[in-house]
Ligand binder design. Structure first.
Ligand code: FES
Length: 360
C-alpha cells in the first residue's frame, strides 16, 4: 500500500559539516511494510514554509535487514544540497523525537544473486552521497556469504566532506580480507592517503584492472551523479564488461531537455487510461499532453511519486495494455523495461487506450 507513515527519528549523527544520518524507528505494526532490500530508498514528504508539499528520496544505508522478520529501524543519509529545502531542514533542524512522513521502501538497484550468496566479487563505484545505498549492499553481501568479496571505490570532494567514513571503516574492520576500500578526492591534494583527481573514463580504465580482477567481477554497481555514471559505464565498456553485469542508480540527473511528448492519440470515443492502484481499478480520460502519472494523480492523489523527473523510480508501474513513450528514464534497468515496467511520470500515451498497474 503506497501510503505515507509517520516514523520517529530515533537517532541523529552528524556525518560531515553538511550531512547527517537519521535513524528512523519503525513501530511494530509497520515492521513488515518497511521490510527492505539493501539498495532501496524511501520517499519523505515535507511541507515548506509556504505549505507546498515536497517529496524527497533517500536511500537506506543500513542496518543489514533481518533475513526474516520485521524491520525495527532504518537509517538514511541526508546531504544539504544548494537550494534544497528539505535537506537544509534535515541538516539544521531535525532532531531525535521529530517525526517524518515516509513511504515504504522501493527501488530496483539491489544486490544481484551472484554476489549475495556464491562467493562472488562485487565492485561499487560511488560519488558523494551515492555511497548510501552501497553501504548497506556491501554490508549485506559480506554478512550473508563468508566467501563474498566487495570492492568499494569512492570519489569524494574532500576527506572532510566524505559521508559514512566511519561506517565504511567499521565494515572494513569486520571483513578485513574481503572488503577493499579505495578513495579518490577531487578537490584536495594529499601527499599520502587517497589519490587525487576526477574518476573519468580514462582513469578508471587504467585503474580498475590494477585493483580488481575485472573478468571475475560478478556485478558492478554505479551510484552517484550522472557524470560519474557515464564515465564509469564508458570505462567498463572499454574493458569488455557485459552490460548485464552493470547496475546503476543516478543521484542527480543532468539538465538536458526531455524528449517532447508524442501527439495525443486520437480514437473514436476518446482516449482512456485505466490504472490499478492499491487494489482498485479505475478508468479516466487523459487530458492532452498529460503524463500517465498526471492523469492518475488528478483522480487518485494517493499515486506514488517523488522526483517526477525519471530518476527515482518511485512511480514505477507495469504497462498491461497499449503503448506509451517515455521522455526520460534514469531509473529502470533493461530487465525491468523488458518485463513491461514504465515510469508513469515520464510516460505519454501513444495508443488510445492504455492500462497500467501500480501494484505490480
Ligand atoms: S517520480 Fe521519480 S521516476 Fe517517476
Amino acid at each position: 500500500m503506497a501510503a505515507f507513515h509517520p516514523l520517529r527519528i530515533a537517532a541523529r549523527e552528524q556525518l560531515t559539516e553538511d550531512a547527517v544520518a537519521l535513524t528512523l524507528a519503525v513501530p511494530e505494526p509497520l515492521g513488515d511494510i518497511f521490510r527492505y532490500v539493501p539498495g532501496q530508498h524511501l520517499t519523505i514528504r515535507h511541507h515548506d514554509a509556504s505549505g507546498a508539499e515536497l517529496r524527497r528520496t533517500y536511500s537506506v544505508s543500513g542496518p543489514v535487514p533481518p533475513a526474516d522478520g520485521p524491520v525495527r529501524e532504518l537509517t538514511i543519509g541526508v546531504r544539504h544540497l544548494p537550494g534544497g529545502t528539505f535537506s537544509a531542514h534535515a541538516v539544521k533542524d531535525l532532531a531525535v523525537g521529530d517525526t517524518l512522513h515516509v513511504l515504504p521502501p522501493v527501488g530496483g538497484f539491489t544486490l544481484r544473486g551472484a554476489d549475495g550468496g556464491s562467493g562472488g566479487h562485487a565492485v561499487a563505484i560511488t560519488g558523494g552521497s551515492g555511497i548510501t545505498p552501497v553501504l548497506s549492499m556491501a554490508a549485506t553481501a559480506l554478512a550473508g556469504d563468508p566467501g563474498a568479496r566487495f570492492t568499494l571505490l569512492r570519489s569524494e570532494r574532500t576527506a572532510a566532506a566524505t559521508m559514512f567514513l566511519q561506517a565504511a571503516a567499521e565494515l572494513k574492520d569486520r571483513h578485513p580480507g574481503r572488503l577493499q576500500l579505495l578513495y579518490t578526492l577531487t578537490r584536495e591534494e594529499r601527499h599520502t592517503g587517497p589519490a587525487t583527481g576526477r574518476l573519468d573514463a580514462g582513469r578508471l580504465r587504467a585503474l580498475l584492472p590494477s585493483v580488481v580482477p575485472v573478468r571475475e567481477v560478478t556485478a558492478w554497481y554505479l551510484c552517484g551523479p550522472q557524470g560519474l555514471i557515464e564515465e564509469a559505464r564508458a570505462a567498463l565498456d572499454a574493458l569488455g564488461v557485459a552490460r548485464a553485469r552493470v547496475h546503476a542508480e543516478l543521484f542527480h540527473a543532468g539538465t538536458e531537455p526531455a524528449a517532447p511528448p508524442p501527439p495525443p492519440a486520437t480514437v473514436a470515443g476518446g482516449a482512456l487510461l485505466t490504472a490499478t492502484l492499491n487494489g482498485r481499478r479505475d478508468t479516466w480520460p487523459p487530458r492532452p499532453a498529460e503524463t500517465v502519472l498526471e492523469t492518475t494523480l488528478r483522480n487518485r492523489p494517493d499515486a506514488p511519486y517523488s522526483c517526477k523527473g525519471g530518476v527515482c523510480g518511485t512511480c514505477r508501474a507495469r504497462l498491461l495494455h497499449g503503448e506509451v513513450r517515455m521522455a526520460r528514464n534514469y531509473a529502470l534497468e533493461e530487465e525491468e523495461l523488458a518485463a513491461g515496467y514504465i515510469l508513469p511520470c515520464q510516460s505519454h500515451p501513444v495508443t488510445g487506450t492504455v492500462e497500467v498497474d501500480y501494484d505490480a
